[in-house]
Design a protein around this ligand. Sequence first.
Ligand SMILES: Cc1cc2nc3c(=O)[nH]c(=O)nc-3n(C[C@H](O)[C@H](O)[C@H](O)COP(=O)(O)OP(=O)(O)OC[C@H]3O[C@@H](n4cnc5c(N)ncnc54)[C@H](O)[C@@H]3O)c2cc1C
Length: 532
Amino acid sequence: MMKLLASNLDLPFNADESALRLLIGAETRLPAESVGDIRIVRRSLDARDKNDIRFIYSAVFEVSDADYRKHSARFSKNVARAPEAPVIAPVTGDMPQPSPVAVIGAGPAGLFAAHTLAVRGYKVILIDRGRPIDERRRDVDTFWTEAKLDPESNVMFGEGGAGTFSDGKLTTRIKDPRADTVVETLVSFGAPQRIAVDAKPHVGTDVLRTVVRNMRGAIEEAGGEVRFSAKLTGVLTDDGRVTGIEINGSERIECCAAVLAIGQAASDTYRMLADMGLELAAKPFAVGVRIEHPQSFIDRSQFGRFAGHPRLGAAEYRLTARSGSRGVYTFCMCPGGFVVASSSSPGEVVTNGMSYAARDAENANSGIIVQVDPSDLGGEPFCCLEFREKMEKAAFRLGGGDYSAPAERAADFIEGSAPQPFSGVMPTYRPQAVPRDLRKCLPGTVHRGIKEGLAAFGRMIKGFDMGDAVLTAVESRTSSPVRIKRDENGEATRLKGLYPVGEGAGYAGGIVSAAVDGMKAAERIIALYKAE
Ligand SMILES: Cc1cc2nc3c(=O)[nH]c(=O)nc-3n(C[C@H](O)[C@H](O)[C@H](O)COP(=O)(O)OP(=O)(O)OC[C@H]3O[C@@H](n4cnc5c(N)ncnc54)[C@H](O)[C@@H]3O)c2cc1C
């Protein structure tokens, strides 16, 4: 039997997918009985024509070798041999592993690094400063309802990392075969199978929590050790090489290598690393606000009269514009979701977005963010980090100093008039959002960039700049403001055996690319040692 791939098969969005068999018949001119089982491998939505919304499919099917020989000359250009899935089989090293690999941080980068090592029989210890997922969930709820922040267990810190309270979008721009492995692994731990097929897959925060819990179980079952409330406070070195880690200022653990997957919120850890002489640099990033609209408005803007159809789900958008030489763009759009308080240190207000798998809440939200370059701020390694901290503290003060977020109706933001009470669109940020003049917490360039962006986006989606839309400040954790420099082997430039990975190291942005980066570091360590 031979596996073939048929691409560019399009059907009206509400058609039965069994019609794909007819389309494959038309593309191959094979008799119906010659086409074996059909498996959809990619499905993307084409809503450019709102009167004719379609799904575009790629599907794999089998034909006999004899049929292939007989008919292949008549196949259309949309039919080709199905590509073999690349096998990622890391080369194993010769040295016995003298001590465990320490993985610091249980976000996507750390979890995938630890999992890659543990299932191949390597000794690994995974530590995270935060708490396990169920306790962390309670801590986050306490923050959202009572404004009591736990600086070690929150939306940024704890099992699953920053992505756990998110929409769980798995779109990525990186082209690495490991991205498929990441998706398959998430499915094996409880994510829905559709994420392996959808062109814009998302998991939802509710499902992600289960996935993360199951992945930890698999690491432990394979012999890995996982510890929470275990903060990296020091790195032990000898002659320019890592020999161990210090946890919580007291305990010391020997390790043969350390994967540093600390995410972008650990300002204290960044500063500790800089103090011990590691090479850090400021990195371009982007800051702004979260905007909320009624999801029904976004649905109508994208799907016209078909808005609300269950086969289409909640609509998304992605918009870009310019403010002078700066890019302004929407970021991490969460259909049918919530704006969430994402602070990780006392005295700062930070927003981000989250959806449940059903994406069925009333509001759509997304970041509107403006690019910031280190050269705007002097270029020192921590200039962007300090800029971010200043904005977050200003938002905290403007909100009243109790983790209320300053927010403003788009009409008042655009006109520069006194902020009015919210009406029409009610902000979803908890503990609460309060009407404030956002000029008091946003730098002038950022405020201007958002204003110009809103005007441009209003031309792209008519009504995007509606007066009732709510802007909540500040959206400041879009990517890392710092890069931990590493060499061509993935090790820190000034410390052998230390592998900075993921978003915090400045080499990934998003769940999938962070996970892939973690896997690559694990493979490099596997190439040095042999498992027991
Ligand atoms: C609310 C929200 C929504 C998001 N939505 C999406 C989305 O839909 N799709 C998407 O792709 N991305 C999303 N992101 C971004 C995504 O979460 C990150 O890109 C991703 O989690 C980065 O993975 P990471 O493993 O590099 O770091 P993180 O996930 O940040 O994990 C770092 C871990 O390190 C731990 N840590 C930090 N310092 C120390 C220390 N000193 N000692 C021990 N442990 C430490 C932290 O507790 C944390 O658990 C979202 C982020 C947020 C905050």
